[in-house]
Write a protein that binds this ligand. Structure first.
Ligand SMILES: CCCCCCCCCCCCCCCCOC[C@H](COP(=O)(O)O)OC(C)=O
Length: 241
């Protein structure tokens, strides 16, 4: 069996939507084609409380972890919901922080080193847009930008504690007082510009880890047409099924 290294994208709906046209995950998958499989394990509406027990089901042991080239952990947009308005999604800040720590520790326990882990902090909330969206759907504004900021800082801190990469979207998107509304389509989820922004911050980190990975299977012109098998598999260590 020919096995490709895997990049696992684990997160909430902002990850689930990452394979939309021009989505951040789709762009990464395209850049890594023939080198890695990019797996979307985004779960709309999930918070870290729900995600924590799932991670060991996605990567159950060191053997499966050996195929992992990189993991992104991208939660916080639901955890940071206002408890009164969104009780099912809200997770207190301390628990969120601990859940992220547990996920990183779990990855390390199956020998996925911190260099392979990137934590992505939630994007800012554009309250006027999100409020309109909430009201249209019959409920009150359920997230506040300042509160999401505290979760983003906690996420960045956990990344720093473990020496993992961090993409602090909340901070980066607001840098220089920029009009971050353009990065969000409903005040919460990434617009096309937001997807492009995230990909532009994440790719340099992943490129450092994955850019040098070899192409799986040779360029067609390098295959001996008369005797394909002699050249096709030269650079591949095959795994027995
Ligand atoms: C008047 C406002 C402008 C409207 C713009 C229309 C664009 C809307 C596109 C929204 C697409 C998002 C679809 C994904 C929805 C799933 O989201 C699940 C949760 C949010 O849950 P909740 O708190 O119940 O709203 O989000 C995440 C991060 O998982």
């Amino acid at each position: 069996m020919i096995s490709y290294p895997r990049v696992l994208l684990f997160g909430d709906s902002i990850t689930e939507l990452a394979f939309e046209t021009n989505g951040w995950g789709a762009t990464l998958a395209n850049k890594l084609v023939r080198k890695c499989d990019v797996l979307n394990r985004g779960l709309s509406g999930y918070n870290t409380r729900l995600a924590k027990p799932i991670l060991p089901k996605l990567i159950p042991d060191s053997a499966s972890a050996a195929e992992i080239a990189a993991v992104t952990i991208f939660f916080g947009a639901n955890d940071s919901s206002i408890r009164e308005q969104n009780p099912q999604k809200h997770v207190p800040l301390e628990e969120y922080t601990e859940n992220l720590r547990s996920m990183v520790q779990y990855l390390k326990s199956v020998n996925i080193k911190e260099e392979k882990i990137a934590l992505i902090a939630p994007p800012p909330i554009h309250e006027p847009t999100l409020e309109k969206h909430c009201l249209t759907n019959g409920f009150k504004l359920n997230r506040l930008n300042a509160v999401t900021g505290t979760y983003a800082r906690a996420c960045a801190q956990v990344g720093d504690e473990y020496g993992a990469d961090v993409v602090d979207l909340w901070t980066l998107m607001q840098e220089g007082g920029s009009d971050y509304a353009v990065y969000l389509k409903d005040g919460l989820h990434l617009s096309e510009e937001g997807n492009q922004f995230l990909e532009s911050k994440l790719w340099p980190l992943l490129e450092k880890k994955l850019g040098a990975l070899p192409f799986i299977l040779p360029y067609w012109n390098d295959v001996d047409n008369n005797n394909p098998e002699s050249s096709l598999f030269q650079s591949i260590t095959e795994k027995k099924d």
